[in-house]
Design a binder for this molecule. Structure first.
Ligand code: NDP
Length: 329
């Protein structure tokens, strides 16, 4: 059994994670923490959560809380994750892990020091589609990967625009929100590390709301990314092009267990059979296994730190106009 404390009375917990937690045998949501007592109490009632508090210390002192799921705005992740680790609680934290590399590294160090499990909730590597693409690449289905193209320009629904668009210190814009997922997904698919970035961005507000970037990976792959908050009809996808074939993933950069994967080679085109499952429940199941000492989270703290480092390089490249290394220190 595992009791969860929700840090943040968020949309993502409401839409996906509370159900994902409850889908694990023996898991329960024990408490929620919100910055607003009334909203937190209403959220607890609406979701059947036994306790709500505005105090992080109180949540972390609750003996029914063994692990926390952090889905507050991004600038709060680091202090909350570090406090949870010090209180001996396992930590599943939303992406971006933090706003700076130093803060992400401090989270990783605090969890290592406390001996608790740290996971980053990069959902895409949990998808049946991405797991299948990774396996195709590993099996040599497209030969040596040369290029990748990521189509992740979407329209933010009105209720999610708030801090993402208007509070640069809390959100960081489209690059920390979406590019960070692209970086993680590409690392997962390619088994390679991004080493440098070029980028140009758009946006009239305090942060970027659209970006086109190229990441170069240490295996030579060039990956082109298109991420936006203000494009309603593009559809999402990912393509990996290699010396012997291409993999086309359509509608796969999404929270829902949908989309299709095509393999094109000299033998023609074939659709890869997928058995879809809930991405968030998959993430939770791997986290739970890691807590039991049976494996590692789908995306670790180190993965969260590395996806953030790549996103920060894209931010810097787009602001300076320079080719920018992905810095890990
Ligand atoms: P929300 O805006 O829903 O929640 C963030 C914070 O905003 C909450 O902690 C809450 O504060 C406050 N809040 C939420 N709703 C209201 C409201 N109606 N009125 C006033 N305040 C409100 O953000 P998201 O759920 O979209 O994102 C949260 C985190 O999860 C971010 O780090 C984001 O990057 C990540 N995320 C990850 C996804 C993934 O697939 N991995 C998908 C979506 C988001 P309080 O807790 O104080 O009540």
């Amino acid at each position: 059994t595992l009791g969860w404390g929700l840090i943040g009375a968020s949309t993502i917990a409401h839409e996906w994670m509370i159900d994902a937690i409850r889908a694990q045998p023996g898991h329960a949501v024990a408490a929620v923490m919100s910055g607003d007592a009334q909203r937190g109490a209403a959220y607890a009632t609406a979701h059947g959560i036994p306790a709500s508090t505005t105090s992080l210390d109180e949540l972390l002192a609750n003996p029914a809380v063994d692990a926390v799921y952090i889905s507050t705005t991004n600038e709060l992740h680091a202090p909350q994750a570090i406090a949870a680790a010090r209180a001996g609680r396992h930590v599943l934290c939303e992406k971006p892990l933090a706003m700076t590399l130093a803060d992400a590294q401090a989270i990783v160090a605090a969890c290592e020091g406390a001996g608790v499990v740290l996971g980053t909730n990069h959902h895409l590597r949990n998808a049946a589609s991405h797991i299948a693409i990774r396996q195709l690449i590993r099996d040599g289905a497209i030969g040596q990967p040369l290029f990748a193209r990521v189509f992740h320009a979407v329209k933010l629904p009105a209720h999610l625009q708030g801090w993402r668009v208007h509070k640069p210190d809390a959100g960081g814009g489209v690059i920390l929100d979406i590019t960070v997922h692209d970086a993680d997904t590409l690392r997962f698919l390619l088994d390679a590390e991004p080493v440098e970035a070029v980028a140009m961005s758009q946006g009239d507000g305090p942060v970027e709301d659209g970006v086109m970037a190229v990441l170069r990976f240490d295996n030579g792959v060039l990956a082109q990314l298109h991420d936006a908050f203000n494009v309603a009809h593009a559809g999402t996808g990912i393509e990996i092009h290699g010396t012997a074939g291409s993999i086309i993933g359509r509608d796969v950069m999404t929270q829902r267990p949908v989309g299709e994967v095509l393999l094109r080679t000299a033998e023609g085109e074939r659709q890869i059979a997928l058995v879809p499952h809930d991405l968030y429940a998959h993430s939770l199941a791997q986290f739970a296994a890691a807590v039991r000492g049976e494996g590692v989270p789908a995306a670790s703290g180190e993965d969260g730190m590395r996806s953030l480092a790549a996103a920060l390089a894209v931010v810097e490249a787009s602001r300076t106009g320079r080719r920018t290394p992905v810095r890990l220190a």
